[in-house]
Design a protein around this ligand. Structure first.
Ligand SMILES: Nc1ncnc2c1ncn2[C@@H]1O[C@H](COP(=O)(O)OP(=O)(O)O)[C@@H](O)[C@H]1O
Ligand SMILES: [Mg+2]
Length: 846
């Protein structure tokens, strides 16, 4: 038995002693039971330490057994369900043959109902639109069973294809969980992790590998990434070959969210290629043809249409599976019964919902289909705990009552109450109690308040102490009620003075302290490193390297600058809100809605412009450092990046990359992943977006730096050339001269820059590119400066040419035209040169 229970979300571990670690929850639960209500407590998920009893159905010969298990920790959950790590305490009868399950063993338990109300609603709505019925894997044991059986077959297929059935997590039993009102399954606990964010300075090579080109294997980086991609591709192909067409989308790379469904086993750490295991064969969201939810969905919808599947979820092709099984007779010799079972369960499952896009005409002419559907609906109600066992029997016998029961559900608001009162004895007594006894009514209210407090406490709306106080004095609940409409953090902010003070301190005072206090800065870095180590963003060796240099003056300086960046975080928000308020205040004559709309527009505008008041302050701060210390070299990246919004926060991590690559790598990962995790679904740990952001901010700069260094080295042997700059400038100016001339002869005036915007953009970019391409062995900065000079010269020449056209033009106008052209041209020629340098292919070694 493990003494310490782990609490994990994604790959974040917190070790706490004892299993029942959430003492507030257990105290509240106890208080609920003290109310002695007739109805059971409402559950949305289990806490660590909860003991559960299930009647489970295994996949060996003898069928069912009673299993007692304890929840070790809640692992997570999306739309399909909630995942726990559990340990089996007891199996009865002792000699029951439950293949794979044993007392003391640790398993993964997936209950097919999402932990949050929003996910539940959204998932069920999408499913309802697709199939016109409740989410079957949750409410229909046949559907849950069929899904697990498919997984069994795919696992065997993987053994044939990959030579190793550890590539797919094994599933051992299915069950119905009456507490949550859902079906569930017990499967192998695959101790694993999502992929590492690998450092790779050959991303260009990786891109070519992705396209299927032959590349130099020696230099190719990102082995875990490549292994996972290849593994998932093979798995998808295998699943299609086995007929699991729709389920295959769980591993379809291009959905951008399938990556966490495949883990890397911890016991295979020596090799980046081995130990991949597929753990999630339960789709959450149905795929509707008009509602693609990720880039890959477009392709999947097309493929579905070709197969004749308009609304996709987990439909498989049993004939294809049968052919596959027959083609590998020896490997499947022990699974014939399973295949028969799968066929039967699939039939019940598919016939339990209207599913217009698949059944279509059958819906009109098949009484058997309707009978199965009705039966399925009744069973579904039982699984969801909407009716008790005696009532289930009654509905199964009397069709009229069943139909009436479902009709009652259609009554808005009260329909649920009527149904509960009719279908469950407990609830009947509960409602009767409320109506007849004041004391019971008071207890019922208290019970309800406790249930809400539990969910509030979980979502961080209320701290434990306060939750317990409110539970004892339910009238206090009314203070909180209006805030419940707000997001959880804001609710807490307004109702919890300590929390509010802490937040204000964290956001405002802490950065200032960090700026002034070296000790605190050190502590700050230490905490970041520890957190990074827990999240597997940094290896143990690397974190030692970082911590060993913590006292160096430059690190201190960079950390200080980082603190300044934090201080300036609220600047933009404050300025934009202030401006909006001022605007609204000084325009009393305008209609209110209009001024408010403009006010909100002002705030929105500040969010999207690339340079904001906050970023300006940051940029100027770095500039002031450069001037004060007369040191450009140590700030040369930050001084430019600092001026830009969002990426400005990465200015110092990138700057540090120069002197302290390990620390920089860690910082970039820390900040970028923190930001990306705010994105729902796609921002999940281990999903594609996180990696792309990491590549963008860390691996691309590395790749570019490597290429530039190599090119600089090759150029050392070449002579620099500059005379071609004059040619570029004259050539560019000549094009503008022709354009100006044509325009003048047609319109009678010279064109403004904006009227010839395409030329204005393209010609200088091209000039810049040519300037650097022709510069022979010149150093990089000289190439860029050369391109810039070329831009100024082109602006000057073009004006002189145009001046010669004999058009009457005043000196002031000339000056203005020159200033504009010079500005735009110089910017664009330098940009053209930089882009060219970045885009130049890998220099060849000879
Ligand atoms: N059998 C398992 N062993 C270990 N971890 C698992 C297992 N099944 C799921 N997990 C973990 O739980 C996470 C969520 O589970 P998953 O089945 O993908 O649910 P969903 O996609 O609905 O969120 C996975 O990414 C994985 O980290
Ligand atoms: Mg998943």
């Amino acid at each position: 038995m493990s003494g310490a229970a782990h609490f994990q979300i994604g790959s974040w571990y917190m070790v706490a002693e004892g299993r029942k670690e959430n003492t507030v929850y257990w105290e509240l639960e106890q208080q609920f039971h003290e109310t002695a209500l007739y109805r059971p407590m409402k559950m949305s998920r289990y806490e660590a330490g909860t003991e559960l009893h299930y009647r489970v159905k295994g996949f060996g010969g003898s069928d069912e057994a009673d299993v007692t298990l304890v929840v070790e920790r809640f692992v997570g959950g999306g739309f399909a369900g909630q995942v726990y790590q559990v340990q089996i305490l007891n199996i009865a009868p002792e000699k029951a043959r439950l293949e794979g399950l044993s007392v003391g063993g640790v398993y993964a338990m997936k209950v097919l109902i999402p932990p949050t109300a929003f996910s539940r609603l959204f998932r069920n709505l999408v499913y309802w639109i697709a199939f016109q019925g409740p989410f079957q894997a949750q409410v229909n044991p046949s559907a849950a069973r069929a899904g697990a059986l498919w997984q069994k077959f795919i696992r065997r297929g993987a053994k044939i294809r990959f030579g190793d059935d550890r590539a797919v997590a094994d599933v051992f039993a299915t069950f119905v969980d009456p507490g949550l009102g859902s079906c569930g399954e017990l499967s192998e606990w695959a101790e694993g992790r999502t992929w590492r964010l690998e450092v790779d300075d050959h991303l260009d090579l990786l891109a070519r590998w992705r396209k299927g080109e032959q590349v130099d294997q020696e230099s190719l980086g990102s082995p875990e990434y490549r292994a996972k991609r290849a593994f998932m591709e093979h798995l998808v192909r295998l699943m299609h070959e086995m007929g699991a067409h729709e389920c295959a989308r769980q591993y379809e790379w291009s959905t951008c969210k399938s990556q966490p469904n495949c883990l890397k086993r911890k016991d295979e750490e020596e090799s980046p290629y081995r130990g991949l295991v597929a753990v999630d064969f339960r789709a959450g969201l149905a795929l509707l043809p008009f509602l693609p939810m990720s880039p890959g969905d477009f392709k999947l919808i097309g493929q579905g249409l070709i197969r004749g599947s308009l609304a996709q979820f987990d439909r498989g092709d049993l004939k294809t599976l049968q052919r596959f099984v027959e083609a590998h007779g020896d490997d499947f010799s022990d699974m014939h019964n399973s295949l028969e079972e799968l066929k039967e369960e699939e039939r019940i499952y598919r016939d339990s919902i209207p599913d217009i896009t698949h059944h279509h005409v059958r819906l009109l002419g098949s009484p058997r289909l309707w009978a199965t559907m009705l039966k399925g609906a009744v069973t579904g109600c039982r699984v969801r705990n909407l009716i008790d066992a005696p009532f289930e029997e009654r509905l199964l016998k009397g069709r009229a009552s069943a139909i009436l029961f479902f009709m009652i559900g259609l009554i808005p608001l009260l329909g649920r109450v009527f149904r509960k009162a009719w279908g469950q004895r407990d609830w009947r007594r509960h409602y009767a109690g409320i109506l007849t006894s004041r004391n019971y009514c008071r207890r019922a209210i208290r019970g309800k308040v406790i249930e809400v407090l539990i969910s509030w406490h979980r979502s961080g709306r209320i701290d434990g102490e306060r939750a317990l106080v409110v539970a004892r004095n339910p009238w206090r609940f009314s203070y909180h009620l209006p805030f419940a409409l707000l997001p959880s953090k804001i609710h807490r902010f307004f109702t919890d003075w300590h929390y509010a003070r802490e937040r204000i301190d964290y956001l405002v005072a802490r950065p200032v302290r960090l700026y002034f206090n070296a000790k605190q800065r050190e502590q700050w870095l230490r905490e970041m490193v520890t957190e990074g180590r827990n999240n597997q963003l940094v290896s143990n060796e690397d974190s030692e390297v970082i911590l060993s240099r913590i006292g160096e003056p430059f690190i201190q300086k960079y950390l200080k600058s980082l603190a300044v960046h934090l201080c300036t975080m609220p600047v933009t928000q404050i300025v934009s809100v202030l401006l909006a308020v001022i605007y609204v205040a000084i325009h009393p004559e305008m209609p209110r809605t209009q001024t408010w709309a403009i006010g909100i527009g002002i705030i929105a505008l500040f969010q999207v412009v690339p340079i904001s008041p906050g970023s300006l302050v940051r940029g100027l701060y770095v500039l002031s450092l450069v001037i004060r210390e007369r040191n450009f070299k140590d700030y040369h990246v930050a001084v430019f990046l600092g001026f830009f919004k969002y990426i400005g926060y990465l200015a110092f991590p990138i700057q540090m990359a120069y002197r302290y690559p390990t620390l920089a790598r860690f910082m970039a990962v820390h900040w970028a992943t923190e930001a990306v995790h705010m994105v729902p679904v796609f921002g999940e740990r281990g999903a594609l977006l996180e990696r792309e952001v990491f590549n963008l901010f860390y691996n691309w700069p590395l790749t570019i730096r490597r290429r530039m260094r190599k090119r600089a080295q090759m150029r050392t042997g070449m002579e620099p050339r500059y005379w071609h700059l004059a040619l570029c400038a004259v050539g560019g100016a000549a094009i503008f001269f022709i354009a100006d001339y044509t325009y003048l002869s047609e319109a009678g005036v010279l064109p403004a820059l904006t009227e010839t915007w395409a030329l204005t953009a393209l010609v200088p970019l091209l000039c810049g590119a040519l300037a650097t391409l022709g510069a022979g062995g010149a150093k990089l900065w000289k190439r860029i400066v050369g391109a810039a000079i070329c831009g100024v010269a082109a602006a000057l020449f073009s004006l002189v040419f145009s001046g010669c056209m004999g058009y009457e033009i005043g000196f002031g106008e000339i000056a203005v035209r020159f200033a504009w052209r010079a500005f735009v041209f110089t910017t664009l020629t330098s940009l053209g040169a930089m882009i060219t340098e970045l885009q130049l292919p890998e220099p060849r070694e000879n």
